[in-house]
Design a binder for this molecule. Structure first.
Ligand SMILES: [Fe+2]
Length: 379
């Protein structure tokens, strides 16, 4: 076996590790900082490093072959050689850690979720073709049905159907026809109540078409919304006014009661960490007899709800990881918990969190991660 070949493989491994490392750092420490222009520029730069860094690293291993450990330009500069070796070891180590963790998860299999069943139905939008469509699932909508047994809701609200939509990110690529398609596929299932968990648009200029399309949403028990980080960045007051104009209920850190079949449903909305009222969760009731639904743009709030134990928490924000690799799954998840709450259902302390992959995303690229609308059916 030529020694150069081993170094070429090492270069590929280290390159992949550098990709994981850069995105993991961005996800945990940068993505959730308050939005500002410097933060956006820094975040985009790190995404650039995540793409270009591995290509350069792998390319250098390809060119230098077996000399890659002591490459010619660095051999006379001990500090530079140290930094080069540190980078290679960190990247290789990251690849090893990711691989071992995912292998462990794969061997353990999915966590048991008693009383929860998920069914996926493909409902792709065929009128438009996504950029880089051979790898991009931008319009491959999936309708996910989350069927909950009475044990998940304290025996309450049998027969209730809740529709969940999140992260429209309406913009130049995710145009309103795709949003309307997603809305119609969900409304076909006749939800009683609708939950919208934020990130309406990327830029102010898309607000008009977005809220025009959202006029189609109707539900007999009402439509409840929270705003996401992009909404706080774009125009929080303007979006609140538009939500009010549609007759929806904006749950800006508050709880409301909704009558249902002689009983009531408690619906709370959390806008932290972006809202000003994030310090206290006093507006949330403690574990109640009634079915308690919480809307939170980010799943990062879920562990803070441990003492309150709501029956169901609906979130978006992660876009399901958006860019996913075979075996490794999502690699970019804007969460301080890394990839833990990337997508799907999670059961902790008798509370169920469901993280939707959302309808839109930003930038407009989805690999191995379809967009979704969700119907929660209480059996
Ligand atoms: Fe989002």
């Amino acid at each position: 076996l030529p020694i150069d070949l081993l170094f070429w493989v090492w270069g590929a491994v280290a390159g992949l590790g550098l990709f994981f490392l850069t995105l993991a750092f961005t996800s945990r420490f940068i993505c959730n900082l308050p939005d500002s222009l410097p933060k956006a520029v820094f975040e985009m730069s790190l995404h650039g490093v995540a793409v270009l860094g591995p290509l350069i690293l792998g390319g250098l291993f390809l060119v230098w072959g077996s000399a890659a450990w002591t490459p010619p330009p660095f051999s006379t500069h001990p500090a530079e050689l140290f930094l080069w070796r540190f980078l290679v070891i960190a990247a290789t180590g990251t690849f090893g850690v990711f691989t071992l963790l995912d292998l462990k998860k794969w061997i353990a299999g999915p966590a048991p979720l008693p009383g929860v069943e998920v069914i996926s139905v493909p409902r792709p939008y065929l009128e438009e073709s996504a950029p880089l469509s051979f790898v991009n699932q931008l319009y491959d909508l999936e309708v996910r049905r989350l069927r909950l047994s009475p044990q998940r809701t304290g025996g309450k609200c049998s027969g209730l159907r809740i529709g969940h939509l999140t992260d429209f990110h309406l913009g130049d690529f995710l145009s309103d026809p795709f949003l309307r398609h997603s809305i119609r596929r969900l409304l076909e299932l006749e939800p009683h109540l609708l939950a919208v968990t934020g990130d309406f648009v990327n830029f102010t200029r898309h607000l008009d078409p977005c809220f025009e399309a959202l006029k189609e949403l109707k539900a007999p028990l009402g439509i409840f919304a929270v705003r996401g980080n992009h909404d706080y960045w774009v125009d929080p007051e303007g979006i609140a006014k538009r939500i009010g104009a549609l007759g929806w209920t904006l749950l800006h850190d508050r709880t409301v009661s909704v009558p249902w079949a002689g009983s009531e449903i408690l619906v709370s909305g959390i806008e932290s960490p972006w809202s000003q009222a994030w310090e206290s969760l006093e507006f949330l009731p403690d574990r109640t007899e009634q079915f308690h639904l919480v809307l939170s743009h980010t799943p990062d709030e879920f562990p803070r709800l441990r003492g309150k134990s709501p029956h169901l928490v609906l979130s978006g924000h992660t876009h399901g990881g958006q860019i996913c690799f075979p075996f490794y799954g999502p690699v970019l998840v804007p969460s301080k918990f890394g990839r833990k709450y990337a997508r799907g259902p999670f059961l902790e302390n008798d509370s169920l969190l469901y993280v939707s992959r959302g309808i839109g995303c930003y930038p407009p690229l989805r690999t191995l991660c379809r967009p979704e609308v969700t119907l929660i059916e209480i059996l």
